[in-house]
Ligand binder design. Structure first.
Ligand code: ADP
Length: 458
């Protein structure tokens, strides 16, 4: 407390009583001794009161200063309590106000952090743009998906138009855009114009959902329907043509009729095979999420399937060598699907392998480590035929994909055999590996987990 302030406030308090006493003294109403004594008492009393007021006001100012720090813990060490009751009440009020403010500030801080965590962890990339369309914030998904290419994404004309549209509407606009680099992606952008702007200047939200997979599935479906219809139409057109011929030009030509009926039977058989394969494929797809519950002996199964190939082997002079490792454990597998898988692979090896060649089929135990993700049984079918050009190997399991269209059709292939194999392997949570190159034969290897531990997804 400064002396100057003390004297100044003391003088203000004492001015009126001192002036009154002085007037009484000068007018002779009060004796000199008591008058001067009274004036001294008034002056001292005023100084004491001034000291008390100034000290209390000092404490109040200190309390306010602490409150302005917005730190409730600081209030614990706040200035000493004022002694004048009204000033003391004001000081307590300020303290309460400060505590409330601190609690609110903590709640707002928690809310902000929660909002940021939600935005940050959203699975879709999300950007916050300022009024100048510069990126203010990008969540983890956006940083992971685009990284340094974010600016390029925002320069995409379709996205820029959508942002312009959202701004004009003061609402929401959507757009589909395709990116070619660094990898081809198809995105659905939703732009939300924020009115009023966010506290940090955020004016627009851009959510970019990756629709690449969805679009690919849509395209695959459409392609599949188109391909399946085309595959069915070819033999059907041929049947219709022969029916017309039998009714017309060949109506009186029994030898031609016999020949045409033979071709028609072949075409009908082809349609039948195609429909069988299509139905198999859709049945396997339906159960693909459900791994088989029963266990079976692969050795027995291979022997049975191989026996069914006798006539075909003789026709192409192919030797089929089956080798099953002794003591092979039973694997969790669907017997019908495994028979179909083995039959498709052996059928291909006989069809596309060398006439007079050898097809080797084996089943052996695979220990953990090495090429496969865990303990399992490895089924292998290999031939010594012309093989498949390496570049085409990754596409073999696509539906209707054929390396040599003419050869496949001539051999009665539907183009679905390996797609069926792949889906069966997927259902069994196994893996399929194809090793082949031109002139090196082809080897199809399937690893099936023993079901002791969870296998890796295919
Ligand atoms: P397809 O019904 O035509 O045989 P697949 O799906 O079974 O259909 O096989 C797809 C294509 O892969 C075949 O058309 C064939 O060109 C090729 N292919 C499959 N297995 C072999 C093999 N063992 N050797 C050479 N080519 C093969």
């Amino acid at each position: 407390m400064r002396l100057g302030s003390l004297l100044w406030v003391g003088a203000l308090l004492a001015a009126v009583p001192l002036a009154t006493l002085l007037a009484l003294l000068l007018g002779g109403a009060v004796a000199v001794g008591p008058g001067l004594g009274g004036m001294a008492v008034v002056a001292l009393g005023a100084l004491a009161l001034a000291a008390l007021w100034l000290a209390d006001l000092g404490n109040l100012v200190e309390t306010l200063r602490q409150a302005m720090l917005e730190n409730s813990s600081a209030l614990a060490h706040a200035a000493a309590a004022p002694r004048l009751p009204p000033v003391e009440r004001v000081a307590r009020g300020i303290e309460r106000l400060a505590r409330n403010l601190a609690t609110r500030a903590a709640q707002v801080g928690d809310l902000l952090r929660a909002n940021e965590a939600i935005v940050e962890r959203l699975p879709d990339p999300l950007l916050v743009l300022d009024a100048g369309r510069a990126v203010l914030r990008a969540n983890a998904a956006a940083r992971a998906a685009f990284g340094a290419d974010l600016a390029a994404v925002l320069r995409h004309p379709v996205l820029r138009d959508a942002i312009g549209q959202a701004s004009a509407l003061r609402g929401t606009a959507t757009a589909d855009l395709g990116l070619s680099a660094p990898v081809a992606r198809e995105l659905r952008a939703t732009v939300i114009w924020l009115e009023p702007a966010l506290a940090d200047g955020g004016q627009a939200l851009v959510v970019l959902s990756d629709r690449t997979r969805e679009r690919a599935v849509e395209r695959m479906r459409a392609d599949f329907v188109a391909n399946a219809s085309h595959e069915l139409r070819t033999p059907l057109t041929s049947l219709i043509g022969f029916i017309d011929t039998l009714r017309g030009p060949a109506a009186d030509d029994p030898p031609a009729q016999q020949r045409f009926l033979g071709i028609m039977a072949e075409q009908a058989e082809r349609m039948n095979r195609l429909i069988d394969d299509l139905l198999s494929l859709s049945r396997i797809e339906l159960t693909e999420h459900q791994p088989p519950a029963e266990r079976m002996d692969l050795g027995d199964l291979l022997a049975r399937v191989a026996a069914g190939f006798e006539p075909r082997l003789a026709a192409r002079r192919v030797t089929l060598a089956v080798e099953v490792a002794p003591g092979l454990p039973r694997v969790p597998a669907d017997a019908d699907q495994m028979a179909q898988l083995a039959s498709n692979l052996i059928d291909n090896a006989v069809k596309y392998g060398r006439e007079g060649g050898t097809v080797q089929v084996s089943a052996a135990l695979a220990e953990a480590g090495g090429r496969w993700p865990g303990r399992g049984v490895v089924l292998r079918v290999s031939d010594d035929g012309p093989g498949i050009p390496k570049a085409q190997v990754p596409r073999l399991t696509e539906r209707f994909y054929r390396v040599d269209q003419g050869r496949s059709r001539a051999a009665g292939g539907t183009g679905l055999g390996l797609a069926i194999v792949k889906h069966i392997v997927n259902r069994h949570r196994g893996l399929l590996a194809i090793d082949s190159d031109t002139g090196r034969g082809a080897t199809f290897t399937i690893w099936l987990p023993l079901g002791e531990r969870r296998a890796l997804p295919p």
